[in-house]
Design a protein around this ligand. Sequence first.
Ligand SMILES: [Fe+2]
Ligand SMILES: [Fe+2]
Length: 227
Amino acid sequence: MDDKLDAVDLNLQNYIKLNIFPKYDKYYSHGMIHINNVIDNMMILADYYNLDKNMAYVIASYHDLGLNVNRENHEYESGKIVSNDKELKKYFNNEKIQIIKEAVEDHRGSKKERPRNFYGECVSDSDRDFDIQILAKRQLATSLKNYPDLKTFDEHFKSCYDYICKRINSSGVFNLWTNNPTLTQRRDKFQKEYLNLEYTKSIYKEEWDRISEDGTMEKIMNYYEDY
Ligand SMILES: [Fe+2]
Ligand SMILES: [Fe+2]
C-alpha cells in the first residue's frame, strides 16, 4: 500500500478500490491515470493543511464519476453519487458528507466562483494538469473525440496548444485557489515549459505516435465514453 495513503482508513480504501475505481474503466482522459494524479495532489494538500485524509481521498476518488451521466454538469452528478452512497455514511456524518458533496460539485477549474469550502479549493487545484506528458495524453484524446473534423496531428496540436496558451495569456497564470507552494511552483515550471512551442510539440507528437501505433487512438474513438 502506498505510504501517502497511510492515514486513509484501509476499509474505506478497499471499498473505493473495489467499487468506485472500476467505474472509471470506460474513461480515458478522466480514467485512473487522471484520478491517481488528483489523489496524489489532494494528499499533498491534505498533509500540508492538515485536512481530514479520509475526506480528501473520497473527494479526489469521486470527483469525475458523474461524467457518463451528464458530461456538461458532471460535477453535480458526481455530487449526487456521493449523497446516494450508503457506504460513505459508515465513515462520515451528514455534515462531512455535505462538505464532500460541495467540494466535488465545485471541482471544475473553469469555474469563476470560489469553491464553497476549502476541500473544494483543494480538489479544484488538484484537478489541474501541470505536467505536459499527462496534459498531452488527455488533451489529444479530448480533441480527437470532440473535433472529428480535424484530421492531422498538426491540426489537433494547434487546437490544443492555442487553447492552453489562451488560458495562460488571458489571466497570466492558471488560477490556484489555495496558492499552495508545491502546486504554485509546479504551475510556474509547467507554464514556462509549455510556452516553448517546439518542446511542447515534440511531447504531443510522441504521444500522438504512440496512440496511433498501439491501438489507443482507435479505442478513444470507439470504446472510451468520456471526452
Ligand atoms: Fe471534472
Ligand atoms: Fe478531474
